[in-house]
Design a protein around this ligand. Structure first.
Ligand code: LLP
Length: 415
């Protein structure tokens, strides 16, 4: 875990969380540049001199400062919208190192991506291939593409975050792959550059990754026999992380297994990790607003809710919750809940903690899919985000908390 206690006070990446919480409005996200950097470099170094590109998956944490940090480290990007492309460009990321995934790219987004000269589109359907070709011809450019296969692999993760199983909306069925590549090879606006897959997220077992890479290899051989050559293989997202002491293989073991499998093909390997780069690099700090007991439960009501962190209600996800000041009073069993008018608004159930009104908590491993899944539900203001500098340990605000005026400004003609 990324936090430790020192004299009963919680520290995150060397920062006294209590001191920081006392002078800043809660809830807020606090990230560590050091953890993000170390995780990125772990992947980078694991590849050694094998040709590769790490395309950080922007959806995990799209804050401009996080993207800029990764761009400076040499990262490419995996995007799923025109908005994410705008972020990459604004943060100084290189569109030529950017791949565009997703089943519903609009014409407008395709035009923007072509004008920005992105590395390639990860194509998810026949329809999409034809649209990209038509737009490329109209714009008098050639669109580089890779086809995303659906490897139909059963993975042990929450059903909502599987993406490579038979009934998912993603990718092209293996039986249709040759046909779509052959079609693509005849289109004048299209250049085939790669193959792509993604089997799901929060996978802590290497087997499904190996299985999907093996399936890709047999497809590549089939394509070769039909005179279709590829420059890169994109193996999709990265490893899962340890939220609740789960065993998770380390990045070098993961990458060396992938390299071993792909070495005979001598092509560039792309990987699109999100969670394993930023997940453990963030905490959400919140303050206890009220406590409440019913005959069957004790509730700790805090000022962060499902609008700030959706993962617990949406995926029944576990995030460790720590007292920022570890008092010596006796602990009790409680549910930690938010202020939102939904029974699903919980951050943790059946936790053993000692907390009272005014105390602070830190919710761990929320750097990935934390802030990016936040909303203004209940007209709540999205929280501020801060980051700890890796050299000086100074803390910078990297996104201001919303203001009520910003939220109301878009609503017009209401009287
Ligand atoms: N590439 C593609 C095409 C993806 O769809 C995803 C994640 C990734 C890469 C990054 O995967 P990662 O390395 O982070 O596992 N909101 C959910 C996770 C949804 C993941 C969707 N796709 C959660 O909070 O668990």
């Amino acid at each position: 875990m990324s936090t430790i206690y020192n004299d009963d006070i919680l520290f995150f990446d060397g920062i006294n969380v209590l001191d920081f919480a006392l002078i800043n409005q809660t809830p807020f996200y606090l990230y560590s540049e050091k953890i993000i950097t170390d995780n990125f470099l772990d992947y980078q170094n694991s590849f050694g001199d094998n040709a590769h590109l790490i395309c950080y998956s922007v959806k995990a944490n799209s804050n401009l400062s996080v993207l800029s940090l990764l761009a400076k480290l040499g990262s490419g990007f995996d995007i799923v919208s025109g908005g994410e492309l705008s972020r990459v460009i604004m943060a100084g990321g290189d569109p030529k190192k950017t791949v565009f995934s997703g089943v519903g790219k609009t014409e407008e987004e395709i035009r923007f991506a072509l004008a920005s000269n992105i590395m390639c589109f990860n194509v998810e359907s026949y329809d999409e291939l034809m649209t990209i070709n038509a737009i490329a011809l109209e714009e008098k450019v050639i669109a580089s593409i890779s086809i995303r296969i659906n490897p139909e692999i059963d993975v042990n993760t929450h059903p909502y975050i599987t993406t490579g199983m038979k009934d998912n909306k993603f990718g092209i069925e293996q039986s249709d792959i040759l046909e779509i590549y052959t079609m693509a090879s005849k289109l004048n606006g299209i250049k085939i550059t790669g193959i792509d897959c993604h089997i799901g997220s929060q996978i802590t077992d290497l087997k499904p990754f190996e299985e999907s890479v093996s399936k890709i290899i047999s497809i590549i051989n089939l394509l070769k026999n039909n005179n279709i050559q590829l420059n890169h293989i994109d193996i999709g997202g990265g490893l899962g992380i340890s939220y609740n002491n789960e065993e998770s293989p380390n990045k070098s073991e993961f990458i060396s297994r992938i390299i071993d499998l792909l070495k005979p093909l001598a092509t560039t390997i792309l990987i699109e990790p999100g969670r394993s780069i930023v997940g453990e690099a963030g905490i959400l700090v919140s303050k206890v607003v009220n406590t409440k007991s019913t005959p069957s439960k004790k509730f700790i009501i805090v000022d962060a809710g499902m609008s700030d962190l959706l993962r617990p209600p949406l995926y029944n996800a576990f995030h460790a919750i720590k007292e920022v000041f570890h008092n010596n009073e006796s602990k009790f069993l409680c549910d930690v809940v938010g202020p939102i008018c939904e029974t699903a608004d919980f951050l943790g159930k059946d936790r053993t903690l000692s907390l009272s009104k005014g105390d602070y908590i830190a919710i761990e491993c929320v750097g990935a899919y934390g802030f990016t899944l936040s909303s203004n539900y209940n007209t709540r203001l999205k929280p501020a985000e801060y980051i700890i500098n890796k050299d000086t340990k100074s803390i910078r605000e990297i996104r201001k908390r919303d203001t009520i005026d910003q939220i109301l400004d878009n609503e017009i003609e209401y009287l």
